[in-house]
Design a protein around this ligand. Structure first.
Ligand code: IMP
Length: 196
């Protein structure tokens, strides 16, 4: 069975990708290969950060690997917070409550509330780099709604729905989400080359 390292220790992401890729591929986490480094994400694009993480694993561990990076891109803010999504409110820490409060405040006077979540996955296999993308378009709600999910879920209403991700819940979210779509693009590629 082909093995890939997914450059994360996030149990939820590992479970999601294992479900999408099926049982023909074994997915290992960073801790499974003894990698406990905090890989710095210093690029100014999602693609750049996904590649930094995948290249780190490739160069130190020499195993087929992939890494992801996600951003919320808000049209009226010129694509921000984008690559700064996790640390939008405070550059040195991840504070989801402060992040959503800052976003709602930034859009207070704006009519255009269009936004999208975008996930990029960088794969390195046999020394070749490949990028996959998943996007979900939507709107930023006027206020937080719902209790499920994480991060910006209480303020993101995906296209085709009138509820936020936090109201819709995980099962519905997984049918349309940016991360699911990027993972499906990766799965299709691996299937096309006979690896999944
Ligand atoms: P990461 O690249 O997956 O770590 O995502 C960066 C940041 O984007 C996270 O810290 C969250 O704030 C936000 N984010 C990513 N995916 C989601 C999602 O599915 N719902 C809500 N927020 C998300």
């Amino acid at each position: 069975m082909k093995r890939f390292v997914f450059a994360t220790n996030n149990a939820h992401k590992l479970e999601e990708i294992r479900r999408i890729l099926g049982d023909k591929i074994e997915i290992l986490s960073l801790s499974d290969i003894g990698c406990h480094s905090d890989i710095p994400e210093t690029a100014d694009t999602l693609e750049g950060n996904a590649l930094i993480k995948a290249r780190f694993v490739d160069s130190h561990y020499h195993v087929p690997c992939f890494a992801d990076d996600t951003g919320l891109e808000v049209e009226a803010l010129g694509g921000l917070p984008g690559v700064h999504t996790a640390r939008y409110a405070y550059p040195d820490r991840h504070d989801p409550e402060a992040n959503t409060a800052k976003l709602l405040n930034a859009l207070k006077e704006k009519d255009n509330r269009r936004a999208r979540f975008r996930t990029v996955i960088a794969l390195i296999d046999n020394g070749e780099e490949h990028l996959f993308e998943g996007v979900v378009n939507g709107l930023i709600a006027p206020e937080k709604r719902g209790t499920q999910g994480f991060g910006y879920d209480p303020v993101f209403i995906p296209e085709g729905f009138d509820k936020t991700f936090a109201e819709l819940g995980e099962d519905i979210k997984n049918t349309v989400s940016h991360r699911a779509r990027a993972s499906e693009a990766l799965a299709l590629y691996l299937a096309s080359i006979g690896e999944a």
